[in-house]
Structure formats: structure tokens, C-alpha cells
Design a protein around this ligand. Structure first.
Ligand SMILES: C[S@@+](CC[C@H](N)C(=O)[O-])C[C@H]1O[C@@H](n2cnc3c(N)ncnc32)[C@H](O)[C@@H]1O
Length: 244
């Protein structure tokens, strides 16, 4: 599919000049969906281990939930947990609501909310934000909003990209074919636009930056979960948790 970029207002996309997520989810085919749901492979199982270590939360929120892979999984595995999925794209929020109703998932709720403001009317025992901060310009404000959404005694689980990932993307931009991109199908301009905030270093994060924003040090997920054996970019795309 051809993705629409650059046409959305701020309430529907994290940054109007990167990717129009509202249009993306509205038009997404299966391949697009798989490409934009990293939590399917990288979070779902790890989160189960996190719950084993920290206890199953009574309330759970996934911010930037996309099609709600994790939200639906947590809701299904833990019927007593109240689950909320938030996303800036109204199209996917509507789709998830319909899915929850059709499948009778009574403990899963979906609402429109956009970082960096978020502005939720409640807090959660566990808040997850994965694969989303890359598209948010005001990282510090976004981190504070996410941390504010956590109940005292609860946890924030974050996936973010660091400068290693920025360098990885830059190498693709510099030599797409050398990184396996088919010259007939790879749209360099779209790629640069989608990843502009990362390529510019505006949405890359570090432990220090997270600490500076919220006043708590992030902790490695590998304190509480087994590092998956398959090689993946955990060094460039860290997953961390913060107690509150
Ligand atoms: C790459 S997808 C990740 C989806 C899901 N978290 C996962 O990992 O499977 C990024 C998601 O973030 C949402 N998003 C982008 N900018 C956002 C913002 N400023 N606030 C909330 N959600 C946002 C998009 O609509 C999209 O659903």
C-alpha cells in the first residue's frame, strides 16, 4: 500500500511530518500490520515474565497500542485486569473497540490519547509504551506524561530507540541496497520522513535522558525476564522498566 504522510493534524499523529498513523491503520494490509506491531514478537512474552516477577496488575495501559496486540493478550490472559489501550490514531481505536465488542472482551477498553500530552483521567498499576516514542518529538514531556499515568507503587515499561538505532537507520539511508532494500520498492524519501525524528536524534533516548525527565532510573528488563536467545536489536532498542 502507499502510506499517506504529512497530512494529519497533531491530535491524530505524533508528528505531522513523519507518518499519518490514522491513514496508516485505516489502509493497512497484513504486511503493514506486521511491520508496525513489534510488540507481538518483542513484548508479549516478556511482559508475562514481568507480571510473574512483579505480580499481575489490577490495571494495565498500553500507550500507542496500535491494533492492541498486547492489550488484547493481557485482557485475555487476565480477565480480572482492567486493560486500556490508547492511541493517537482514531482509526485503530475504533477498530479495536469493534474487535473488543465483537469478541466479547469486556475488560479491554480503547481510547484516543496522544503523547506527549496524554492527559488521562486515571492511573494504572502498569503502563507500557512500546514502539511509539520514536514518533514523538517532545520525549521528556512524553516520558513525564507516561510516568504520571502510573499509580504509586506501579511500574512503567518502556521500549525506546537509542543512538545505535539512529546510526543503523542512517546506514540504510546511506546505502539502501547494501542493507537489503529492493531499489524498485524502497521509497527512500518516505523512509527518511517516517524516521526523521530518530535520524535527527530528536526522539532517541538514553538512561540519563529518561532519568532527567522523570527522576527515576530505568532498569534493565533482563533483571526480571530471560534475555531471548534469538539475536535481536535489544542493544539499539532497549526495553526498560521504572518503578514508581
Ligand atoms: C509502530 S506502532 C507500535 C504499536 C504497538 N505498540 C506495538 O508495538 O505493537 C506505533 C503506534 O504508536 C501510535 N502513535 C504514534 N504517535 C503517537 C502519539 N503521539 N501518541 C500515542 N500514540 C501514538 C501509532 O498510531 C501506532 O499505533
Amino acid at each position: 500500500m502507499t502510506r499517506t504522510i504529512g497530512t494529519s493534524d497533531r491530535s491524530d499523529a505524533s508528528h505531522p511530518e513523519t507518518i499519518d498513523w490514522n491513514a496508516f491503520w485505516r489502509d493497512a494490509d497484513q504486511t503493514d500490520r506486521e511491520s508496525a506491531t513489534p510488540s507481538t514478537h518483542h513484548v508479549q512474552d516478556l511482559l508475562s515474565q514481568f507480571f510473574d516477577a512483579k505480580g499481575v496488575p489490577e490495571s494495565f495501559a498500553s500507550v500507542g497500542c496500535g491494533p492492541g496486540v498486547v492489550a488484547f493478550h493481557v485482557a485475555g490472559e487476565h480477565p480480572e485486569t482492567t486493560v486500556y489501550g490508547y492511541d493517537a490514531a482514531r482509526s485503530i481505536v475504533a477498530e479495536n473497540r469493534e474487535g473488543a465488542t465483537a469478541d466479547g472482551v469486556a475488560n479491554a477498553h480503547f481510547e484516543h490519547a496522544a503523547l506527549p500530552d496524554l492527559d488521562l483521567d486515571r492511573q494504572f498499576e502498569c503502563v507500557l509504551c512500546y514502539g511509539t516514542l520514536s514518533y514523538v518529538e517532545d520525549s521528556a514531556d512524553a516520558l513525564r506524561a507516561l510516568y504520571d499515568a502510573v499509580e504509586p507503587g506501579g511500574h512503567l515499561v518502556l521500549g525506546y530507540v537509542n543512538d545505535g538505532f539512529r546510526r543503523h537507520l542512517q546506514r540504510i539511508v546511506d546505502d539502501p541496497a547494501g542493507h537489503g532494500k529492493d531499489p524498485d520498492r524502497f521509497d527512500l524519501a518516505e523512509f527518511e520522513r517516517r524516521w526523521r525524528l530518530v535520524l535527527d536524534g530528536e526522539s532517541t533516548l538514553t538512561y540519563d535522558a529518561i532519568h532527567d525527565a522523570v527522576g527515576t532510573w530505568p532498569r534493565s528488563f533482563w533483571e526480571v525476564a530471560d534475555h531471548p536467545e534469538e539475536r535481536w536489536a535489544w542493544e539499539d532498542v532497549p526495553i526498560v522498566w521504572l518503578p514508581k
